[in-house]
Design a protein around this ligand. Structure first.
Ligand code: UTP
Length: 241
């Protein structure tokens, strides 16, 4: 079975605790988990942002703010583990080594953040490296990687495909602008490049987009890879009933 690491943005799964969007993902993740060895890294979403902004306004240092963010990602991960029931290993993995250990169960493994100074994209990229994943999927709240910020630049264009070098260049350019909202963090981009891990960045607000990407259907997003054959499809699409 091929391995897939999915970085599932908190902004997708839990924009806020009042508007959680977990339930439509459960059936999709269960189906994916039957066809590939699936690891899911859950982001912090709106609640993490709110906690971190409260912490900052109290003058709390950045590393402690990150620790608070990590707690929220793990809480979100626990919500997902519990909702997945017996399809998932019942414990949220504390780090990548634990995640690999739990992966021996052949169940879906879920984790959150690990260490201050990064985001869950970096956690997922390291996990993809450790597990030799066939693909890293970043399901986020934008529909791919753009040449510039589409909110402020009408000439921004979305890439269907790009190379890891181009990815690092774009993330570098983005990180220079204040308040940049990067689709993927620099640590993750560099790991993708150094280990030539195929990366799909897609709009995760539609769970169908996620399944379409893995099964070779059309998905709206960007595929990052350094040439050679596409890793997609990973398995055939589900039969229509
Ligand atoms: P996220 O990875 O969720 O960042 O972690 P995000 O930018 O909010 O992504 P979305 O919106 O969920 O997709 C939330 C916060 O937790 C801390 C960081 O402060 C991050 O901004 N964190 C997370 C860490 O410090 N280390 C980690 O390994 C993960």
């Amino acid at each position: 079975m091929k391995t897939v690491v999915l970085s599932l943005g908190g902004s997708v799964l839990l924009p806020s605790i009042d508007s959680n969007a977990i339930s439509p993902y459960i059936a999709v993740l269960r189906r994916i988990g039957e066809n590939v060895s699936l690891y899911v890294v859950v982001g912090g979403g709106g609640e993490a942002r709110r906690y971190i902004s409260a912490a900052r306004s109290l003058g709390i240092d950045q590393a402690a703010c990150d620790e608070i963010g990590i707690h929220i990602t793990r809480l979100n991960a626990m919500l997902l583990v519990s909702a997945l029931g017996d399809a998932a290993y019942p414990v949220v993995a504390a780090d990548q080594t634990r995640a690999m250990e739990y992966g021996l169960s052949k169940k879906i493994v879920v984790m959150g953040g690990v260490t201050p100074g990064q985001t869950t994209d970096a956690v997922a990229a390291v996990l993809a490296e450790r597990t030799g994943a066939a693909i890293l999927v970043n399901a986020t709240s934008v529909d791919g990687i753009y040449s510039a910020d589409p909110k402020t630049n009408p000439d921004a264009r979305r890439f269907d495909e790009m190379t890891p070098d181009e990815l690092v260049q774009i993330v570098e350019k983005d990180s220079l602008s204040a308040g940049a909202n990067m689709v993927i963090d620099m640590v993750a981009a560099k790991i993708v490049r150094r280990s030539s891990i195929p990366l799909a960045v897609l709009d995760g607000r539609d769970p169908g987009n996620l399944e379409a990407a893995l099964t070779g259907g059309y998905f709206r997003g960007t595929l990052v890879q350094g040439g050679g054959e596409s890793p997609l499809p990973l398995y055939p699409p589900p039969q229509k009933r």
